[in-house]
Design a protein. Structure first.
Length: 266
């Protein structure tokens, strides 16, 4: 049986979205094959859309990383699934609740007026951002302190240290492996009222964007007194810009584009 999929991307963070009916028997090896950019379709992960058992949610999203592992949440993936669900209706503006391993999250989808555009601006409530303390790791003879943040999945954020991409690729997995279960690792620079961010994702590697990572960086900056709660902060990632904020109760929101790339079967 052919696997039908739709490819989506959110500022370069790309995913295969598949419906549960065609996704039976997904093994870790199968996911790795599909996500391989040379021998497969190519993606940062596979998003399986299944019926939800929660009456408040329209559907459930299951995230499978490029290495076949299953993280709790994916902010950019959630925006892509929201657009996928919204595309079944002609309504330009929709509010959609989606069940995830991090709970039921609400997505507000705003599609452009032109028909068949296959894109939308999507704002999602990511849930509570929780500061979980610090993590000290040594780099080239100096101890660097990461801020640990949960935004439905685990993150460790480091401010101020400028590294080459090769250094990030070398050091980030070592930092991730210090933590039980691993974590996404963020390298952030505060530039006035915005944050420049590079993310290394567990199970994927360095990506063009990470939605929960953007929220984690903003939460860490608020906790450090570098940004204000309630303010939308522009987060500049290699794939483009997202906007994120945390309110006074540490609830995180993420806003950015999602776009349908193509559909196919394999």
């Amino acid at each position: 049986m052919a696997l039908e999929f739709v490819k989506y991307q959110g500022i370069g963070n790309d995913f295969m979205v598949v419906e549960a009916a065609t996704a039976r028997g997904f093994s870790s090896e199968r996911v790795q094959q599909l996500c391989d950019r040379h021998f497969g379709v190519g993606a940062d992960g596979v998003l399986v859309v299944t019926p939800s058992q929660n009456p408040e949610a329209r559907a459930r999203m299951v995230v499978l990383n490029a290495d076949g592992s299953r993280p709790e949440m994916c902010g950019n993936g959630l925006r892509c699934v929201a657009l996928h669900l919204a595309d079944s209706s002609a309504d330009a503006r929709q509010s959609i609740a989606i069940e995830t391993d991090a709970g039921v999250l609400t997505c507000d989808v705003s599609k452009p007026d032109r028909a068949g555009a296959g894109e939308a601006a999507v704002t999602v409530g990511v849930g509570r951002a929780t500061i979980q303390g610090t993590l000290d790791c040594e780099w080239k003879g100096q101890t660097r302190q990461f801020t640990r943040v949960s935004t439905g999945n685990p993150h460790a954020v480091l401010f101020g240290l400028r590294l080459s991409l090769d250094d990030i690729d070398h050091w980030a997995p070592k930092v991730s492996n210090v933590l039980s279960g691993g974590a996404n690792i963020e390298f952030a620079q505060i530039e006035g009222d915005q944050i420049r961010l590079i993310v290394w994702e567990r199970g994927v590697g360095r990506t063009l964007a990470c939605g929960t990572g953007a929220c984690a960086a903003v939460a860490a900056a608020v906790a450090a007194g570098q940004m204000n709660a309630e303010d939308w902060v522009k987060v500049l990632l290699p794939g483009g810009a997202l906007h994120a904020r945390v309110d006074g109760a540490w609830n995180a929101e993420l806003r950015g584009p999602a776009k349908r790339v193509f559909a196919g079967q394999v």
